[in-house]
Design a protein around this ligand. Structure first.
Ligand SMILES: C[S@@+](CC[C@H](N)C(=O)[O-])C[C@H]1O[C@@H](n2cnc3c(N)ncnc32)[C@H](O)[C@@H]1O
Length: 278
């Protein structure tokens, strides 16, 4: 597997609530072994995204699974497009190592450790970019979208899902009542995603938004699941100290006071999906 250096930061200072990229690969890499056991939402979203591209014509010659993780969808893409060359790119080497050793269906897939914001691929070399639930980890979604357009051949498709701004809104609000740190990443708005796609010259743009509510036995169970997914708090303004028991009790109490939480803990996930053409 190759390693590729990250591009230098862009001209805009990253916001305090965007993830710090240098920790993203390490966090997901260390979560690789347990990821599939907790990635129910990611699978559900990815399956409906895959259903949208499965029967697209013309058949792609080269397919990229971007932010492939443990390769669940890389394997499904390889089966859906048996004549195509499939590549899996992920910033977390640990994820790709897991993919190689645990995913027999993905045996022929090319694995590349790389960054969506600086893709290690040639211009116009891919017919389909599939990216499920990875772009929310990019510092600059617009840079990742520009990279996808660069590597796509004319007429090529980009199909992706990412989290929208309402995702984990309850947890964000609850933490706000406890301290001034950022505990939940800031996610893109549907409008910003559409504008960025338009600005980068994609066509046939349609971004769908769907909010999924998931129930948890407790706020701690929700935070434990996020950690098991590799989705730790990697925002720049995160607390750098261990969170004490009393702090965690306070966030649970604040969550319980939110409207609609009297009978249990619910977390909202706003999922944005798009299928666009170069
Ligand atoms: C939530 S997982 C989704 C994995 C897989 N696509 C799935 O649907 O199960 C997000 C993945 O995106 C990867 N990722 C995050 N930031 C990335 C970046 N800038 N470039 C490439 N991969 C990235 C993570 O390492 C992780 O494997």
């Amino acid at each position: 597997m190759n390693s590729f250096p990250c591009r230098k930061p862009g001209p805009f200072a990253p916001a305090a609530a965007t993830p710090e990229k240098r920790w993203v690969g390490a966090s997901f890499g260390s979560a690789a072994a347990g990821y599939d056991g907790v990635a129910e939402l990611q699978r559900e979203v990815g399956e409906s995204l895959l259903a949208r591209v499965r029967h697209l014509g013309p058949r792609p010659v080269r397919v990229l699974d971007l932010g492939a993780g443990t390769g669940h969808f890389s394997g499904l893409l390889a089966s859906a497009f048996p004549a195509a060359e499939c590549l899996a790119v992920d910033i977390a080497e640990g994820m790709l190592r897991f993919l190689r050793s645990h995913r027999p269906a993905a045996a022929g897939i090319g694995l590349i450790v790389g960054d969506a914001e600086a893709l290690p691929l040639a211009n116009e070399s891919v017919d389909l970019v599939f990216s499920n639930m990875a772009f929310q980890w990019c510092e600059r979604l617009d840079v990742a979208l520009a990279e996808c357009r660069r590597v796509l051949r004319p007429g090529g498709r980009l199909a992706f899902s990412t989290f929208g701004e309402d995702t984990l809104g309850e947890l964000r609000t609850a933490w706000r009542a406890v301290d001034g740190y950022s505990h939940v990443s800031a996610f893109a708005t549907r409008r910003a995603v559409e504008q960025s796609l338009r600005a980068h010259g994609f066509s046939k743009i349609r971004v769908d938004a769907k909010t999924i509510g998931r129930g948890y036995p407790s706020v701690m169970a929700l935070m434990k699941e996020l950690k098991a997914l590799g989705a730790r708090n990697l925002t720049r303004n995160r607390p750098r100290h261990l969170l004490g028991r009393r702090t965690l009790e306070r966030v649970s109490e604040a969550y319980g006071r939110l409207p609609g939480m009297a009978s249990g803990v619910t977390a909202s996930f706003e999922v944005l999906t798009a299928l666009v053409e170069k």
